[in-house]
Write a protein that binds this ligand. Structure first.
Ligand SMILES: Cc1cc2nc3c(=O)[nH]c(=O)nc-3n(C[C@H](O)[C@H](O)[C@H](O)COP(=O)(O)OP(=O)(O)OC[C@H]3O[C@@H](n4cnc5c(N)ncnc54)[C@H](O)[C@@H]3O)c2cc1C
Length: 320
């Protein structure tokens, strides 16, 4: 037999609700002291997967450098920025100085790391903060990689050096409001005009787009019906990127809704190597390898966070 709670009178429910919403924010440090912000990120307690044994001295050095920077520069501020859902722009030059943006790309001021070196640096960023690893992955393993694989020699020379130093930031815009998993059906159009192209459409969820200097945008060529790629500059007339609010995860990452209203892109900013969705897929196939290292880093961080908990009576230690 199902017993139903008797419905509360309307006014009582309203009063309960408004007193609930009127309350000050929960002071987590009092209610749940173990969960206080990780202002001191716990040191790495174990090289759990024995990565270091597999790394060359150069790879070990980059791993150490990334780990130290993340623990010193990001860990103390990440809870605050997560709460505010804002990005700490002052950290960008420090990440730039690490020499990890551009990952395995060789030349053009890029670090030319080994695949393992790039992977372990992605994991070390993710060990401390998932949002930061998303910021770097979008910039490096999507936008920079697309320019390196599909850009002209002139575009590589022009854009990659400052992106590698993180003097400029890039985003990568494929997803649209109605086309996410089904990205190859995207509708944003690119129409040829004298001297360039006119882009018209919308993009959604695009990481870094609210502040990116360069936006790699995929659009459907209105004469061939194939997907092409374009480099659009921040402040291009007709371009707007509005922050998506109220996210429940990756709150430091600034995801944007992009609107393109007759945005003109000159011919020399069309990516000559993107002539169909197959070319977009070539970039995704390479970038997904690095994305897979994000959850590995997250798991390492979870292990380290768990490990700093002192064993309580009735709980067993992770060492046992
Ligand atoms: C934090 C974050 C950052 C992102 N950053 C970027 C970025 O920088 N650039 C970019 O281009 N995009 C970005 N995206 C977009 C991301 O690529 C899309 O969210 C993703 O492709 C899924 O698309 P969707 O959200 O429209 O969901 P949908 O495609 O609508 O999917 C919703 C659900 O339906 C399921 N589904 C969909 N199709 C099928 C099917 N045929 N059969 C069975 N199940 C199906 C999916 O598995 C999913 O569970 C980002 C997304 C997030 C959340």
């Amino acid at each position: 037999m199902t017993v139903r709670a008797s419905p509360k009178p309307d006014n009582l429910e309203k009063e309960e609700r408004s007193s609930y919403f009127g309350l000050p924010g929960l002071d987590v440090s009092v209610g749940f002291p173990q969960a206080t912000p990780a202002s001191v990120f716990p040191p790495c307690t174990s090289d759990y997967y024995h990565f270091d044994d597999l790394l060359t001295p150069e790879e070990q050095a980059i791993r150490k450098r990334v780990k130290e920077c993340m623990e010193k520069e990001v860990a103390p501020i990440m809870a605050k920025y997560w709460e505010k859902a804002e990005f700490p722009f002052h950290v960008i030059p420090k990440l730039g100085a690490l020499g990890i943006a551009g990952g395995t790309i060789k030349g053009y001021g890029c670090p030319g790391l080994s695949i393992t070196g790039s992977a372990i640096s992605t994991a070390e960023v993710a060990r401390v903060d998932a949002s930061f690893s998303t910021f770097i992955l979008v910039h490096s393993s999507l936008a920079m990689l697309t320019i390196s694989l599909c850009g002209s020699e002139e575009q590589k020379q022009k854009y990659l050096p400052s992106l590698a130093k993180l003097d400029t930031v890039a985003c990568w815009a494929l997803t649209e409001p109605d086309y996410g998993s089904d990205a190859s059906a995207l509708k944003t159009s690119a129409t040829k005009v004298e001297g360039g192209w006119i882009l018209e459409g919308q993009k959604r969820w695009i990481g870094n787009s609210t502040f990116a200097d360069l936006l790699v945008i995929f659009a459907r060529n209105s004469s061939t019906n194939q997907i092409n790629g374009y480099i659009v500059k921040k402040n291009a007339p007709g371009l707007t990127a509005r922050k998506m609010e109220n996210k429940i995860g990756l709150r430091i990452v600034q995801n944007g809704d992009i609107i393109l209203k007759k945005v003109f892109v000159p011919d020399n900013d069309r990516l000559p190597g993107v002539n169909s969705f197959q070319d977009t897929n070539k970039v995704l196939a390479v970038s997904r390898v690095m994305v897979a290292w994000q959850p590995i880093g997250l798991s390492m961080g979870v292990y380290d966070i768990c490990h700093r908990w002192k064993p309580h009576e009735g709980f067993c230690s992770l060492d046992t």
